[in-house]
Design a protein around this ligand. Structure first.
Ligand SMILES: NC(=O)c1ccc[n+]([C@@H]2O[C@H](COP(=O)([O-])OP(=O)(O)OC[C@H]3O[C@@H](n4cnc5c(N)ncnc54)[C@H](O)[C@@H]3O)[C@@H](O)[C@H]2O)c1
Length: 349
């Protein structure tokens, strides 16, 4: 298949693009490169690229693709709170526009990276794809609205599929540390402290970045009748954790580390336990291979091997919100997150 992957230079994209290529598909990327110079270890292999902002893509750019894997977005809750309108613009309006143009250009399959965060505050009970949406943030709302609107485009010629990923962890050349497992391991390695900002009670489903790649491959290769206009939670039933459990796993793996709670730490409203039976039942080729335990080991080994500077744990290099703020205050990005000077974007990369 000829596959366009938006957001291919990000945390998930830089892991799954080589996986899709290794499975024999032709890959082309589309990414504005916000985090292109935030590389951990070796840079990901380059692929042919549509070097444009998602908001500027044209139907003619999309002709000839068999599938689009749509990852590009402003990804995380605090980033959405920084400027909810931008999150709506890029994550929602530009995503729906991309889907419309894809349909117009005759692309039959549209795999959308959605998120289990749209279940928001669903509490202790396991939620399936049928559960009510309870988005708590601009980011989660943008995912709900995009799913709803793109779903209406489905017809005989256009199959959208909504892959609701659990919170992702694991090694990537475009590492993110604003994700709970990654942050706790990095913090334990660099400072010896596993610092919990909440009281550790909220439930969170977790999935390894390579297993996200496996779900995309399984969907790309599935018979259309099984996936047409369907939503799938992506993860596995036994990988729902309370945050304190994640802290204990990290504590066992990183020698000499200790767990600390923020003074006055309370619960986090965002709390959801997710049922992943549907994807395993529908796509038997999809199997997760990682657990939080093996993923934390992977990160620990990488951080020990490469060395992990203290200032990078909470600094702008691997924190999406801080990186964007740094690019804006340095005059490289304008207030709509467009590069002020495209040349600078290229030099940075
Ligand atoms: N990481 C997670 O835990 C997680 C969980 C659930 C869903 N998701 C979804 O998966 C997708 C990828 O997440 P990620 O963790 O790789 O995020 P990321 O921030 O690492 O990567 C996003 C990529 O999109 C690009 N991008 C942003 N705005 C763009 C624009 N206007 N035009 C072109 N490119 C643009 C960025 O340059 C970046 O490379 C997102 O849609 C996210 O919502 C992620």
């Amino acid at each position: 298949m000829r596959v366009l992957i938006t957001g291919n230079k990000g945390y998930i994209g830089s892991v799954i693009t080589p996986m899709i290529a290794a499975a024999g598909h032709e890959t082309v990327g589309l990414d504005t490169g916000l985090f292109e110079h935030c590389t951990f270890g070796e840079a990901p292999p380059r692929v042919p690229q549509l070097d444009c902002d998602l908001r500027d893509v044209q139907a003619s750019d999309l002709e000839g693709f068999d599938a689009i894997v749509h990852l590009a977005a402003l990804c995380n809750d605090p980033l959405g709170d920084l400027n909810p309108e931008l999150t709506m613009d890029i994550n929602y309006a530009a995503s729906v526009r991309l889907a419309r143009l894809a349909k117009e250009a005759g692309v039959p399959l549209f795999l959308y990276a959605s998120s289990c965060s749209l279940y928001g505050a669903s509490g202790e009970d396991m939620v399936t794809e049928e559960a009510e949406f309870q988005p708590l943030t601009a980011y989660a709302k943008s995912k709900v609205l995009t799913e709803q609107e793109v779903s209406r485009l489905a017809d005989d010629s256009f199959s959208p599929v909504f892959l609701r990923n659990a919170t992702v962890y694991g090694l990537s050349p475009r590492l993110r540390l604003d994700l709970v497992v990654n942050h706790l391991v990095a913090s334990a390695c660099a400072t010896g402290v596993i610092y919990l900002k909440s009281d550790g009670t909220p439930w969170r489903p977790l999935v390894h970045v390579e297993d996200v790649g496996r779900s995309i491959l399984a969907a790309l290769e599935a018979p259309r009748s099984l996936i047409h206009n369907q939503s799938f939670n992506v993860g596995s039933n036994d990988e729902n954790y309370q945050i304190w459990q994640v802290a204990e796993i990290v504590n066992r793996i990183v020698p000499g580390s200790r767990i600390e709670y923020a003074p006055g730490a309370t619960g986090d409203l965002r709390c959801y336990r997710v049922d992943f039976s549907k994807i395993h039942r529908t796509l038997p080729n999809f199997k997760t291979e990682w657990t939080v335990e093996s993923g934390a080991h992977q990160l620990y080994r990488a951080f020990t091997r490469e060395g992990f500077p203290y200032e990078d744990v909470d600094g702008p290099r691997y924190q999406r919100l801080k990186q964007i703020r740094a690019l804006m205050s340095g005059g490289l990005l304008d207030s709509s997150l467009r590069w002020v000077n495209l040349r600078q974007a290229v030099v940075l990369s």
